[in-house]
Design a protein. Structure first.
Length: 146
């Protein structure tokens, strides 16, 4: 069963797809409340950096260091180097990943830095990405820097 926070991230991913973008979504949770949500907007905004997690952090606004240290980041896909680095910068202690079968970021490095990683292997997340990669491989490769 999908928890409500992962479901919120999936809803964000679907928004991105509906907008013509890449179906990856993210939410930032502090104290059981969503304080930020986002989805990959690289295509929509012509951006070099607006991956789902970056959009989520941006939409959460400025937070105190103490708030980040209590946060959980949910992402439908394993965060890339950029998004993982931002999570490390702000000392996010836990990242919940919808799936890492279609793409795997530096999860071992995050663990080595003390971040708790929980991988859900969520079928809906996997299908969203598999279908997208099959239909738009060039856009997907651009998004991951290949």
């Amino acid at each position: 069963m999908t928890d409500k926070f992962m479901q919120a991230a999936i809803e964000e991913a679907k928004k991105g797809l509906e907008e013509g973008g890449i179906p990856i979504g993210s939410v930032l949770v502090i104290g059981g409340e969503i304080v930020g949500r986002g989805h990959n907007r690289r295509v929509q905004n012509g951006s070099a950096i607006l991956h789902a997690e970056m959009d989520c952090f941006e939409n959460a606004g400025r937070l105190k260091a103490s708030d980040y240290k209590k946060a959980v980041l949910y992402s439908t896909l394993s965060p890339c180097d950029m998004c993982s680095g931002t999570s490390l910068l702000y000392n996010i202690p836990k990242i919940v990943i919808g799936e890492n079968q279609t793409f795997q970021g530096p999860e071992d490095y995050l663990r080595s830095r003390g971040v708790e990683i929980e991988i859900k292997n969520n079928e809906e997340c996997i299908e969203l990405m598999k279908n997208f990669i099959a239909s738009k491989p060039e856009l997907w490769n651009e998004d991951i820097g290949e």
